[in-house]
Ligand binder design. Structure first.
Ligand code: 5GP
Length: 181
């Protein structure tokens, strides 16, 4: 139920998300076949729904880990590129095939920080997967190996993504406008 005054407009329907998640899983299945366990590293909190759906569509053996970094809000007042680690993965990723699973890449600071952090631990390979990307907002170049959708520069909620902790469990992705102040 939307909060009074918030305007939600569907950008990507539940069906479209499910189709694309299936395609990404098929591509990941094909590319990691016969390589042992793939470590999926979900970036909390936003990726938890996407990670759950993606992982359940995979047929290759995989393990789930989570990592969390400082929230967007914290960063605006500080150095805009600064990202802080809040929660680390529980197991060593050295020598493992690792796939970082993000909800959305906006400026790219978060993903590029995570790639640097995890690469320093010498995984066998490290790739990135994000459901959404806002190409108009990119500030740093970061390689995205598996991409769900490019979207315009609007604030999106649903399918794990929030606005002030609301709307994470909406099944579709919506553009959201809060009430005018
Ligand atoms: P970046 O470091 O690429 O600028 O930002 C990535 C993070 O910003 C995402 O993981 C997410 O937490 C947040 N973010 C960026 N754009 C949006 C958006 O439109 N909606 C929501 N809910 N979070 C966003």
């Amino acid at each position: 139920m939307p909060r009074v005054g918030d305007t939600l407009t569907t950008l990507i329907s539940e069906d479209l998300i499910a189709d694309r998640v299936g395609e990404l899983a098929a591509q990941i299945d094909a590319e990691y076949r016969d390589q042992g366990d793939l470590i999926l590293v979900g970036v909390l909190k936003g990726s938890f729904v996407f990670l759950a759906d993606l992982a359940r569509r995979l047929t290759i053996p995989h393990r789930i880990e989570f990592i969390a970094v400082s929230s967007y809000g914290d960063r605006e007042s500080e150095d805009p590129g600064a990202v802080r680690l809040i929660l680390d993965v529980r197991h060593d990723i050295g020598g493992r095939h690792v796939l970082v699973v993000e909800d959305i890449v906006d400026t790219g600071y978060t993903l590029s920080y995570l790639v640097r952090l995890l690469n320093a631990r010498l995984p066998a390979s490290l790739r990135t997967c994000t459901l959404l990307r806002k190409p108009d907002r990119a500030k740093v170049a970061v390689t995205i190996d598996y991409l769900g959708f490019d979207i315009p520069d609007v604030w999106v909620v649903g399918y794990g993504l929030d606005y002030a902790e609301r709307y994470r469990t909406l099944p579709r992705i919506c553009a959201m406008k809060p009430p005018a102040a």
